[in-house]
Design a protein around this ligand. Structure first.
Ligand code: NAD
Ligand code: UDP
Length: 309
């Protein structure tokens, strides 16, 4: 059945892939974005589609739209950008959630929150399961993002408990792929851009910290499947690829795949950089019959091809 779907943050990296997928599934899509980290370029190929609408709007102020579903993605995801204006990041997460939930309540839409593995902070439990409450510094430089996202989860649960709003919370682990901004500052885009230009690869710390990298198509598949579950299913649910790599291993792999002459150099580790990160995806596998299909090398090659072009 054709649905009308609002995607906040729809012109960002993940949002643009999601808009495309929702249109391909035969839905009408309203994309809302203030273009802080997103760009028109990401969705320019969708602008001619009569079932696609673009609204320039900052989610920290209220909005309305007659829609059946809302995917709430608006929020910068790269540490460089979310720390650039930390107060705006908190406002975007918290006020953005309140406005998305208020709209969902008014029009009786289902609303999905793009939460994050950052709610687990620097985790003491490994791999991270949904029932782990996390280890988050409330006063550090990453707190604007981590605590903003944690508060958004709280708001989602309270609107559900108090107002019966139909909610879905997914916790997304590090995701990469085409349409990441080349200057985004996240590790995969940084390393690929550096490798393609034969510049030094900047590994922070000793590169012993781990991350688990998910290709964007796997994320979008998980998101859509989760949105389509029964109303009694609200999450939180982890969506990520459990393949875990040290950052130094990622650097070496990208040098190899790009045939680069780049050398690895070491830079100071940013404050509160989590030491390890890996999703337990047993719940998603069972509930959604979902698991990531694209493993690191294949996903990196697709992303390298994008950055080359
Ligand atoms: P992104 O920065 O590319 O996209 C975010 C989008 O939100 C951009 O288009 C930006 O312009 C828009 N935006 C920011 N503030 C806004 C505001 N106040 N009003 C309206 N639009 C605003 O990041 P992404 O990687 O596409 O992430 C999308 C969502 O997924 C974010 O909520 C992020 O927290 C979450 N997430 C992403 C990852 C990942 O690894 N990519 C991991 C965990 C969670
Ligand atoms: N990182 C790095 N070099 C870079 C960018 C990031 O070594 O040029 C490291 C960073 O310190 C972190 C990991 O890569 O340990 C992932 O960083 P990213 O900003 O992509 O995401 P997050 O820290 O939010 O998981």
């Amino acid at each position: 059945m054709k649905k009308r779907v609002l995607v906040t943050g729809g012109s960002g990296f993940v949002g643009s892939h999601l808009c495309e997928r929702l249109l391909n599934d035969g839905n009408e899509v309203v994309c809302m974005d203030n273009f802080f980290t997103g760009s028109k370029q990401n969705i320019i190929h969708l602008l001619g589609n009569p079932y696609f609408e673009l609204i320039r709007h900052d989610v920290t102020t209220p909005f309305s739209a007659e829609v059946d579903e809302i995917y709430n993605l608006a929020c910068p995801a790269s540490p460089v950008y979310y720390q650039f204006d930390a107060i705006q990041t908190v406002k975007t997460s918290v006020m953005g959630a309140i406005h998305a939930l208020g709209l969902a309540k008014r029009v009786k839409a289902k609303v999905l929150q793009a939460s994050t593995s950052e709610v687990y902070g620097d985790p003491h439990v490994h791999p991270q399961k949904e029932d782990y409450w996390g280890n988050v510094n409330p006063v550090g430089i990453r707190s604007c993002y981590d605590e903003g996202k944690r508060c958004a989860e709280t708001l989602f649960m309270d609107y559900h408990r108090m107002n019966d709003v139909r909610i879905k919370i997914i916790r997304i682990f590090n995701t990469y792929g085409p349409r990441m901004h080349p200057n985004d500052g996240r590790v995969v885009s940084n390393f690929i851009v550096q490798a393609l230009n034969n510049q030094d690869i900047t590994v922070y710390g000793k590169g012993e910290q781990t991350r688990s990298f998910q290709y964007v198509d796997d994320l979008v598949e998980g998101m859509v499947r989760f949105m389509n579950t029964d109303d009694s299913i609200i999450g939180p649910i982890n969506i990520g690829n459990p393949g875990e790599y040290k950052i130094i291993e990622l650097a070496e792999k990208i040098i190899e795949l790009t045939n680069s002459k780049s050398k690895i150099i070491f830079k100071p580790l940013p404050q509160d950089d989590p030491t390890q990160r890996c999703p337990d995806i047993a719940y998603a596998k069972k509930l959604l019959d979902w698991e990531p299909k694209i493993q690191l090398e294949e996903g990196l090659l697709k992303t390298i091809r994008y950055f080359k072009a």
